[in-house]
Design a protein around this ligand. Structure first.
Ligand SMILES: C[S@@+](CC[C@H](N)C(=O)[O-])C[C@H]1O[C@@H](n2cnc3c(N)ncnc32)[C@H](O)[C@@H]1O
Length: 256
């Protein structure tokens, strides 16, 4: 694999342009409605891997209180900057903390725990997944729900683009330029359920001149979540909810 920085690293473009890319991603449409349906009106939601606050703010606007836990400082900083610009009543309904979802213990419970947009797939399957399920269970009361959005394994196994010089995304930037994304490398290992991608982010100015570019490494892991959730007292509550043709939200109920 080419030399690259991890996704969401400091000074990386995947963090800087996270909101630009997700705003263009129709495959996430409908996720907020699923998460909003898991807690009672006005309830408290814990979001594992809250990123730049895309969902935390949307859920707060619907009346929920949200605690977002995020490991990457470059993502957390954007969430906090956006919160500072909110009207106080809305801003008060959201709390962001730096933390690792595989070991988090906030010493309190919530009405629902959510782990959106492939966040669980960012950590190795096996003990890191089981520890994340333990985190979810630790922050729930018996009978309450946790949701984990995972990529579909058949989508992970697809080959990369034949022509790696064709952008997979070409989107206007807030500053009047363009952002282009290229999948430079893509390799799926079925035996370990691991997809490695090198994605190049290229920022152009309004005249088409390159301002910045960055090679970033995105790894997703996949396995059946149910056997890893079961020992932590989380049982599947319903069939996974398909989203955007690329992923599914797995919903578990705490049974103990
Ligand atoms: C694809 S983003 C999702 C952000 C947000 N939940 C959303 O739906 O827009 C995944 C986020 O999970 C964070 N993350 C990855 N591993 C984590 C961990 N072990 N603990 C907490 N956050 C983590 C990443 O830094 C990134 O911000």
């Amino acid at each position: 694999m080419a030399p690259s920085r991890p996704y969401y690293a400091e000074r990386g473009l995947s963090a800087a342009f996270y909101d630009t890319v997700t705003a263009a991603d129709t495959r996430l449409e409908g996720d907020i409605e699923v998460y909003a349906g898991l807690a009672p009106a006005g309830g408290a939601i814990l979001e594992l891997g809250s990123g730049t606050g895309r969902l935390a703010f949307a859920l707060a606007e619907r009346g929920f209180t949200v605690t977002g836990v995020e490991i990457a400082p470059a993502m957390l900083a954007q969430a906090l900057a956006k919160q500072a610009d909110l009207e106080p009543e809305l801003a008060r309904r959201v709390v962001f903390k730096r933390g690792d979802m595989t070991s988090l213990d906030l010493k309190r419970t919530f009405d629902a725990v959510i782990c959106p947009y492939f966040t669980l797939a960012h950590v190795p399957r096996g003990m890191a997944w089981r520890n994340t399920f333990a985190t979810a269970a630790r922050h729930l009361k018996s009978g309450d729900l946790a949701a984990f959005h995972l990529p579909l394994p058949e989508i992970m196994a697809l080959p990369g683009p034949q022509n790696t010089d064709l952008p997979v995304l070409d989107q206007p930037t807030p500053s009047g330029g363009r952002l282009r994304l290229y999948v430079r490398e893509r390799a799926f290992r079925e035996d370990v359920g691991r997809l490695d991608q090198i994605i190049e982010y290229v920022e152009l100015d309004g005249r088409g001149e390159i301002l910045r570019s960055s090679l970033e490494r995105l790894t997703y892991y996949h396995t059946d979540p149910d056997p890893l959730a079961a020992p932590e007292g989380l049982a599947p509550d319903r069939d996974p909810i398909a989203l955007g043709g690329v992923g599914a939200i797995h919903i578990f109920r705490k049974t103990v």
